[in-house]
Design a protein around this ligand. Structure first.
Ligand code: ADP
Length: 448
């Protein structure tokens, strides 16, 4: 049997918000083991209990039922062998960077000389040289998160636990930090042996994890376990990487579909027009969907995906997203990795610009997400809706997507179909034909 570092056995956890409230079951029947040399990701919608599970895994919370074992011994308090990095930077503002790192070594019984040596070692390892005497307020978000990582590594952890560690830093810094963490782990001579981390970002999960636990909610549970066999170092531009992203996306999509069928795009479209479903819209602009249709049309309406990838000057991800968009609208089908134009797709390509918008609109209002938003707008007395409410709807219905990006795409698709527009002045989405009368400012009125 494979060696286990950490084991979670049949764990339940519930919160009681206050004395009068009912217990809220946050986690139920959670069991898994972490082995040496693994990076395990926990992926799931917001509120499904990922953070609670991480706190249980490192001994900060005691399970309500079940138990946590560290190397076969029952855990009863914070685990000294686990280095922890949470989403918030949580550094003491009144201590320097060196002192912040040193804090975690005191309870571990290291003497001042040993502590100094450890601090200087991780400062170099994590690229913080020159910042030893700086205070947290002097550092950017990315640098603060480096300090949190350095602090977690200073204890020479066997297991590193990261709870959405890169969600508060910019995309480029996040990418660099991810690579650095994976490189540290690959150098097994050192530490950590294994990593567990929480994410809601499919790309991040594919780039880091060797095993992926997909979580569901109400109450939080592990819904599916997926192995990610891609070799390290991983190249996000490689075809195998893109395929893994696609696979994971499809698995997640499939988990949320009401039917038990394989989640082909056709079933997604039909389920959208039926009951509520969480299938997100691919983050792709209409012009890119039209671009892919033009490329397929120029190749006789039928082309292998990989030939198209070789022939057109864009990334594989952009091709996949545009294909997904065209498929959702029913303009393309993709049997056996071929892109084939449907009859409606051909009709679209031959139509005038005006007719194209009409065909697009007819297809697009059949998708449940749009139908829902269109209904919301039509039911509102002024034919408009605040952006914030849209964003909240999107966060609830498409929890694995970035609501702001999805919002932009949704607005642009609706704009193209001449269904709605976004009025920045009132931060609202407005139905076409119901735009507010522009308010003249007084000076203009006085001097027409
Ligand atoms: P995630 O990390 O997946 O977003 P959390 O573990 O933070 O989820 O929360 C899981 C559930 O438990 C949520 O419904 C949340 O509202 C609830 N919860 C989390 N912390 C507390 C708390 N301290 N008291 C009451 N409920 C909580």
């Amino acid at each position: 049997m494979a060696e286990k570092i950490l084991e979670i056995q049949e764990v339940d956890y519930s919160y009681r918000a206050d004395r009068t409230a009912h217990e809220h079951l946050a986690l139920q029947h959670i069991s898994f083991a972490i082995h040496p040399g693994e990076i395990v990701a926990f992926l799931g919608p917001s509120g499904c209990g990922k953070s609670t599970l991480m706190r249980i895994a490192c001994g900060l919370l005691n399970p309500y039922r079940g138990q946590v074992l560290w190397r076969d011994k029952v855990v009863s308090g914070p685990l000294m062998e686990v280095g922890v990095v949470f989403q918030q930077f949580a550094l003491y503002p009144w201590l320097t960077i060196s002192q912040n790192i040193e804090q975690v070594l005191i309870p571990r019984g290291l003497n001042p000389a040993q502590r100094k040596q450890r601090v200087s070692e991780v400062i170099t390892l994590i690229g913080l040289d020159g910042f030893e005497e700086a205070y947290p307020r002097e550092l950017s978000g990315g640098m603060k998160q480096r300090v949190s990582i350095a602090r977690a590594l200073a204890i020479h952890p066997e297991l590193l636990l990261l709870d959405e560690p890169f969600s508060q830093v910019d995309a480029l810094t996040a990418e660099t930090l991810r690579t650095e963490v994976v490189n540290l782990w690959r150098d097994r001579e050192r530490y950590p042996q294994s990593i567990i981390f929480v994410s809601h970002d499919i790309h991040e999960v594919v780039s880091m994890a060797s095993r992926i636990m997909v979580m569901g909610d109400k109450p939080g549970h592990i819904q599916k376990v997926i192995d990610n066999p891609l070799a390290y170092p991983r190249d996000p531009r490689s075809t195998s990487f893109q395929m893994m992203v696609e696979k994971l996306h499809d698995i997640i999509t499939g988990l949320y579909l009401p039917e038990e069928q394989a989640p082909t795009i056709a079933t997604i479209v039909s389920s959208w027009s039926g009951a509520f479903s969480m299938v997100p819209l691919p983050l792709v602009e209409v012009r890119d969907v039209i671009g892919i249709l033009e490329a397929v049309s120029a190749r006789g309406g039928n082309v292998p995906l990989f030939r198209l990838n070789d022939e057109i000057d864009t990334t594989f991800t952009s091709i996949l997203l545009a294909t997904k968009g065209a498929e959702l609208l029913g303009f393309l089908t993709t049997p056996e990795d071929h892109l084939i134009m449907t009859d409606i797709g051909k009709e679209f390509m031959l139509a005038s610009k005006k007719m194209q918008k009409q065909i697009f609109k007819n297809r697009f209002v059949q998708l449940n997400l749009f139908k829902r938003l269109k209904d919301m707008l039509e039911r509102s007395p002024e034919g408009r809706f605040p952006r914030q409410i849209f964003l909240e709807e999107l966060a609830i219905h498409c929890p694995l997507e970035d609501p702001k990006k999805l919002f932009r795409i949704l607005i642009n698709w609706g704009k193209y179909a001449e269904l709605w527009s976004y009025q920045a002045a009132i931060s609202s989405v407005v139905l076409v034909g119901r735009e507010p009368v522009p308010v003249l400012d007084l000076e203009e009125e006085a001097n027409p």
